[in-house]
Design a binder for this molecule. Structure first.
Ligand code: URA
Length: 242
């Protein structure tokens, strides 16, 4: 729990009910904080406060922020009807955790997984626009013209892409290795952008998400974010929703 969290959010996070219903419980005088009945919807609670609903303690799970280096073959969902391994199973642990955005099953790389619904929602909002750095291995040689088209924006079936930063960083016997920095998050965006310039993706990896990089993380590794990293993401998400 962050200092000064709104009481109705705290109750909702504890699984009491949806936020609106929690507001009703507060105004009905059924919630106490440190022994005092609280009916003001603007009330806030801090770590260490004792919150009771109808005399029974209420405490949400602690907020968790995990960074996973997703391997290929793992789906970005909470449960998969086809029984394939999911990112939330990979990070395990108690309680509900949700991926922030999505990587295709064949895409590897960085994915945030958290139970902080508010932050996840802000990070995924289109106005947020944080940088995501992808490295793609493509078929064929990417020309300067291709790079210029990708940089300026290409027309996909759901509209023009925003300007991207694009550079060729290597060659393979069959093609090029290209780094793309984009801040949109459309479905299969990088694969569609590269296909649009005639360079199908053979392999795709997200090596950076905002300021978080995959340095030192093998495929399948995951780690808790430090509080400084969480605060930095929160600052970015507030900036993005201005
Ligand atoms: N773009 C894609 O095409 N796939 C991903 O998984 C992520 C970005």
């Amino acid at each position: 729990m962050m200092p000064g969290e709104r009481l109705q959010r705290y109750l909702a996070r504890a699984g009491v009910a949806a936020r609106r219903k929690c507001e009703e419980l507060i105004t009905a005088g059924r919630v106490t904080v440190n022994g005092e009945v609280v009916t003001e919807l603007g009330s806030r609670v801090s770590p260490g406060d004792e919150v009771l609903l109808d005399g029974r303690p209420v405490a949400p799970e602690p907020l968790r922020y995990l960074l996973l280096n997703k391997p290929a073959g793992v789906v970005t969902t909470v449960t998969d009807p086809q029984g394939r391994p999911t990112v939330t199973e990979m990070v395990g642990g108690p309680g509900r955790l949700y991926p922030v955005g999505r990587l295709d099953i064949d895409t590897t790389g960085l994915l945030l997984v958290t139970n902080d619904g508010g932050l996840a929602h802000r990070l995924m909002h289109p106005s947020f626009g944080i940088d995501k750095v992808y490295v793609a291995q493509v078929e064929g040689m990417l020309t300067r013209g291709d790079v210029e088209r990708l940089t300026g924006g290409v027309l996909l079936e759901d509209g023009m892409t925003a300007p991207a930063r694009v550079r060729v960083v290597g060659r393979t016997p069959r093609g090029s290795i290209v780094e793309l920095v984009i801040h949109e998050g459309r479905k299969r965006q990088v694969r569609r952008m590269l296909a649009a310039v005639g360079r199908p993706v053979l392999k795709l990896h997200r090596r950076q998400y905002a300021m978080l990089t995959d340095a030192g993380m093998a495929p399948g590794d995951f780690r808790e974010l430090g509080s400084d990293e969480v605060e930095a993401l929160k600052r970015l998400s507030e900036r993005g929703s201005e």
